[in-house]
Design a protein around this ligand. Structure first.
Ligand code: HEC
Length: 243
């Protein structure tokens, strides 16, 4: 039995190892793609603040009602601006060539970013902007230095300022904070929630089947445990005859 237990542990171990990837200095996005209310808010924010520049070409509008728990009409009324056909994917409002000319870098497609960069990275990125008069956009970012993307959520967050400190390697940003005089329409807590919702929506985009897969995974592990028990009983039964 000890060997069986060991084998089971080995089967489960790779999953555990993946879940505990090193996070570095990133903030914890605590994504939960089964949280429909969060996905709804995230989709709306994404449509209003991100789709002007970014596409998400692997994501179809008609995959949303299921994930967000709302009828297609609600998606049409709140999230889709302009014409769309059933089965269309998310396109940027701005043509990529224009965007590249204006920003120097074409805004990347965001379908898979929550997977390639990681959800915590995306969440931290949206919380790491600060005003920088020397940067080309007037903004800088702690996780993506000199990002060609301006701080598109500044009206919500306010205008974060950097606290600089002298080190042996030169001046560096020790922290960022929004001064009271430059507050946005949201409190710090509300802004964290809003950026968490956007990140959650992007995590769903990057892997629309994740929720199904996780539920399925629990069933598979349950089956394996039951099967191991049965196999053990069967083995005992066989050996009884032989002894
Ligand atoms: C005004 C156009 C514009 C808008 C609006 C915009 N972005 Fe961007 N975004 C860009 C550009 C340009 C880049 C490329 C930055 C770079 O590489 O320096 C970028 C890069 C990114 C990246 C980094 C991707 C990577 O892997 O490097 C993320 C994540 C991102 N944007 C998320 C968002 C989200 C979320 C929103 C909505 C809240 C948004 N963007 C709105 C222009 C925009």
């Amino acid at each position: 039995m000890r060997k069986i237990a060991l084998a089971m542990l080995l089967t489960l171990a790779p999953g555990a190892a993946l879940a505990a990837a090193p996070a570095g200095d990133l903030m914890d996005a605590r994504v939960d793609v089964s949280d429909e209310a969060s996905l709804q808010r995230g989709a709306k924010l994404f449509a209003n603040y991100c789709m002007g520049c970014h596409s998400a070409k692997f994501v179809r509008w008609n995959a949303m009602p299921d994930a967000l728990g709302v009828p297609m009409e609600t998606i049409e009324d709140n999230i889709i601006f302009g014409e769309y056909q059933a089965g269309d994917v998310i396109r940027a409002a701005m043509p990529a060539d224009d965007a590249e000319e204006w920003f120097g870098v074409a805004p990347p497609d965001l379908s898979l970013t929550a997977r390639s960069r990681g959800a915590d990275w995306v969440y931290t990125y949206l919380n790491s902007y600060y005003r920088d008069p020397e940067a080309s956009t007037g903004w800088n970012n702690l996780v993506l230095e000199n990002s060609a993307m301006p701080h598109v959520l500044w009206r919500l967050q306010g205008v974060p300022e950097a606290d600089y400190e002298e080190t042996d390697d030169g001046v560096r940003v020790a922290g960022i904070r929004v001064p009271e005089s430059a507050a946005g329409t949201m409190s710090e807590r509300e802004y964290h929630q809003a950026t968490r919702d956007i990140t959650n929506f992007m995590a769903w985009m990057a892997e629309p089947a994740r929720e199904t897969r996780q539920t399925l995974g629990i069933w598979v592990i349950g089956f394996l445990i039951v099967f191991t028990g049965l196999a053990y009983l069967l083995k005992r039964e066989y050996w009884r005859d032989i002894h």
